[in-house]
Design a protein around this ligand. Structure first.
Ligand code: ATP
Length: 301
């Protein structure tokens, strides 16, 4: 694997001193002007609670180029959801900013869609599958002919074109999550954020949904940021894995995943490279859990 060029000026470098495999990207690296679709700059989030302030995210910087599938992985409670909510405009950052296609995010942007873990709560039970998928397009004012076309395509993409008239509660958990993905895809977002979307489904369904996400990504060219605490999932899915430190979170490492674009649950997961990458990410998460912090390690160096 070749090490990518490191000539992007880091705004900040929260870099890890831990051993890393080839292909590690400079932490906190930024892309030249105009190359990033999504930019996170010095993002900080402090929750003010009765029990005191909780700093969840600390001065985090990274870029997502258009069309990349990136996984964010970190220990439980590290701040993954907080970061995703701030990126999606659902949570106001305490400092720093997020820009999407050059525009500062101050609320949920039109060209972004989010899929959450709780598919059961994200679908309207009184609406049929088709109506659920169609709803955001209706709200957006898309005309009926175009809506029909886009909804058909989205249902087909997730393999649910045979149940358009079912209600969500008539479907399995995995099928409901596919409806949520179809709805996000039908909306034709530039960026799709996914927050542990498969945490509540069984292992076999999870594997199918992972392949579905990669298929949708390669067919439609959407930029995807996928949050997970599952190390294997992050390596299998991502073209890049951003590892978060424990709370208050900073980027611990940023790794390019040099597995083939065509992935297969059996072959890819049993390949030597998958095992090496998985091993590396696992070690980093263990370090994070033990309290290793790239920012303090650097200060002490
Ligand atoms: N609404 C809130 N008010 C106060 N503190 C919060 C709030 N939401 C999250 N936190 C705190 O911020 C930190 C990060 O939480 P967050 O849910 O973002 O982590 P996470 O990595 O998504 O966790 P998990 O993997 O367990 O879902 C934690 O210390 C959490 O207690």
């Amino acid at each position: 694997m070749t090490t990518p060029p490191q000539d992007h000026n880091p705004v900040i470098n929260q870099g890890s001193t831990a051993e890393t495999p080839d292909g590690q990207l400079p932490v906190g690296h930024t892309l030249p002007d105009g190359e990033a679709l999504l930019s996170v700059r010095n993002l900080k989030k402090i929750y003010h609670t009765d029990g005191g302030d909780i700093e969840a995210v600390r001065n985090l910087t990274f870029d997502l180029p258009k069309g990349e599938l990136t996984c964010l992985v970190g220990p439980s409670g590290s701040g993954k959801t907080t970061l995703l909510k701030a990126i999606s405009g659902l949570l106001e950052p305490s400092a720093g900013e997020v820009t999407l296609a050059g525009n500062v995010v101050t609320g949920p942007p039109k060209n972004m869609a989010v899929v959450f873990q709780e598919y059961g709560r994200s679908l309207y039970p009184w609406m049929r599958v088709r109506e659920n998928v169609e709803l955001p397009l209706k709200v957006q004012g898309t005309d009926k002919a175009q809506r029909n076309h886009v909804v058909d395509e989205a249902l087909q993409a997730v393999g649910l074109d045979h149940v358009p008239r079912s209600y969500p509660w008539q479907l399995s958990g995995g099928m409901q999550q596919r409806v949520a993905i179809a709805r996000a895809v039908a909306y034709q977002p530039e960026v799709l954020l996914m927050d542990e979307p498969f945490a509540a489904v069984d292992a076999q369904t999870r594997a199918d949904l992972e392949d579905l996400v990669r298929r949708v990504w390669s067919q439609l060219g959407i930029t995807i940021l996928f949050v997970t605490h599952d190390i294997d999932e992050s390596v299998y899915l991502g073209e890049r894995v951003v590892i978060l430190s424990s709370s208050p979170t900073v980027i611990q490492q940023d790794i390019k995943i040099d597995l083939p674009t065509e992935r297969n649950q059996l072959e890819t997961r049993s390949s030597q490279r998958f095992s090496e990458l998985r091993h590396h990410v696992y070690e980093q998460i263990q370090l994070a859990k033990e309290g290793f912090r790239p920012d303090t390690a650097k200060a002490q160096a």
